[in-house]
Design a protein around this ligand. Structure first.
Ligand code: PGA
Length: 260
């Protein structure tokens, strides 16, 4: 793929004020970035989305939300609807992050419903899949990921699938206790995801859906993932919450892309 996707999910971090400071600093330091080759996105918490939209109005950075309900409105206390996100003007909706699955019992059927709604609203669904530690230990990672894909992609047509982004995020690789996947292992799973998409749709479609890796990505290991043909981008948590640290990664990758 000729473009690299680089994005960060802030999880439950940053107030509105902190969002403003972060995005001002980010915007100020992207002058030499080749946006034909690098697609940047940030996914702040809901409370910061409106402020973030304003900060990003003239920028090339895409804005995402961390979750969304599949209904337009209703008696669902604490939830956020697609209408609300549409009004703010988000580009991406992240769906199925492992922390949503782990702590809020989100399942593949929910994620499928959310993906369909997101497509109806013209958001780019960023679908997260990945096996947990148990599955890896017992050698059933591939089965688990195929099952996730099979349910999440149920009733999603080829034309719709082309609008998706997929993040492979092994649960054992995420967060403070996580160990980054070996790049060759991550690529093996990306190839599995691609072949699932090829079986379900066709070769062209499978090649055009960006597959990004997430789980303990940092400045040291970022390029090791991106030099693999089947890894089209990186989804970064902790290493991008400090704007300087995110900028270091962005510039390193821009340099690599510029010279390749
Ligand atoms: P991490 O988070 O980079 O802090 O491991 C990744 C993620 O949850 O997407």
């Amino acid at each position: 793929m000729d473009k690299i996707y680089l994005g960060t999910n802030w999880k439950m971090h940053k107030t509105i004020n902190e969002t403003e400071l972060y995005l001002k600093e980010l915007n100020k330091n992207l002058n030499n970035i080749d946006f034909n080759k690098i697609k940047l996105f940030v996914i702040p918490p809901y409370t910061s989305l409106n402020k973030a939209r304003k900060e990003l109005v003239d920028s090339n950075i895409l804005l995402g939300a961390q979750n969304m309900h599949w209904k337009r409105e209703g008696a669902y206390t604490g939830e956020i609807s697609p209408l609300m996100l549409d009004e703010i003007g988000v580009d991406i909706v992240e769906l199925g992050h492992s922390e949503r699955r782990q702590y809020y019992n989100e399942n593949n059927i929910d994620i499928n419903k959310k993906a369909k709604t997101a497509l109806d609203f013209n958001f780019t669904p960023l679908i997260c899949v990945g096996e947990n530690y148990e599955a890896k230990k017992y050698g059933i990672s591939e089965e688990m990921i195929r099952k996730q894909l099979k349910i999440i992609f149920n009733n999603i047509k080829r034309e719709e699938a082309k609008k998706l982004l997929i993040a492979y995020e092994p649960v054992w690789a995420i967060g403070e206790k996580g160990e980054p996947a070996k790049p060759e292992y991550a690529e093996k799973i990306h190839i599995l995801i691609r072949s699932y998409l090829e079986e379900k749709y066709d070769n062209m479609t499978s090649k055009n859906i960006p597959l990004i890796y997430g789980g303990s990505v940092n400045n040291e290991n970022a390029l090791k993932f991106l030099t693999r043909t089947n890894i089209d981008g990186l989804f970064i948590g902790r290493a991008a919450w400090d704007v300087e640290s995110f900028l270091n990664i962005i510039h390193k990758i821009n340099f690599f892309k510029y010279n390749s």
